[in-house]
Design a protein around this ligand. Structure first.
Ligand SMILES: Nc1nc2c([nH]c(=O)n2[C@H]2C[C@H](O)[C@@H](COP(=O)(O)OP(=O)(O)OP(=O)(O)O)O2)c(=O)[nH]1
Length: 137
C-alpha cells in the first residue's frame, strides 16, 4: 500500500479583545468551506514560527507576535496526514484582510463550536472553548 504524505502545518490563533480570528476555506479547495486558523505548510528550512509569520504576512497582510502553543494534532485525511500545530498570536502591525479565504470572523471562545471546522482543528477548538477565560492577549 502506498503511504500517505505527511504535511506539516502551522495555524495562528490570533486573539484580540477576547475574540479569535477564524477563516473559511474556499469551496474549490480541499476541505471546501470548512473553517480553519490562518496559516499553512512549513517549508524547508523554516521553523514553525517563521513559517507562521510568513503565512500570516502573505495571507492576511499583517504582522504577528507568536506566543505559546495551543495544540498539536495529527489527522489523516484522504489527501495526506496533516500535522497541525497551533499557536496563540498577537497582532503587532496591520489588520487582517481577506485574500485566500472567503470569509473571516472574530468569535468568542464559547462561540467557536458553532462553525464547521476542519477535522484536524477540533482538539484545538475544544481546548479553546473550555479555557475561554484564559486568552493571553
Ligand atoms: N492553514 C490551515 N490549514 C489547515 C488547518 N487545519 C487543517 O486541516 N489544515 C490543512 C488544510 C491544508 O490541507 C493544509 C494547509 O496547507 P495550505 O494552507 O498550504 O493548503 P491549501 O489547501 O490552502 O493549499 P494547497 O495545498 O492547495 O497549496 O492543512 C488550519 O487550521 N489552518
Amino acid at each position: 500500500m502506498e503511504s500517505k504524505k505527511n504535511i506539516h502545518v502551522v495555524g495562528a490563533v490570533i486573539t484580540l479583545n477576547g475574540k479569535i480570528l477564524c477563516a473559511q476555506r474556499g469551496f474549490e479547495k480541499a476541505l471546501p468551506g470548512l473553517w480553519e486558523f490562518p496559516g499553512g505548510k512549513i517549508e524547508q528550512g523554516e521553523t514553525p514560527q517563521s513559517a507562521l509569520q510568513r503565512e500570516i504576512q502573505e495571507e492576511m497582510h499583517c504582522e504577528i507576535e507568536i506566543g505559546e502553543q495551543v495544540e498539536h494534532t495529527v489527522y489523516e485525511y484522504d489527501f495526506g496526514i496533516v500535522h497541525l500545530t497551533t499557536f496563540y498570536c498577537r497582532l503587532v502591525k496591520g489588520t487582517p484582510v481577506l485574500t485566500e479565504h472567503i470569509a473571516i470572523n472574530w468569535l468568542a471562545p464559547a462561540e467557536l463550536e458553532q462553525l464547521e471546522w476542519a477535522p484536524a482543528d477540533i482538539p484545538a477548538i475544544e481546548k479553546l472553548a473550555r479555557n475561554s477565560e484564559q486568552l493571553p492577549y
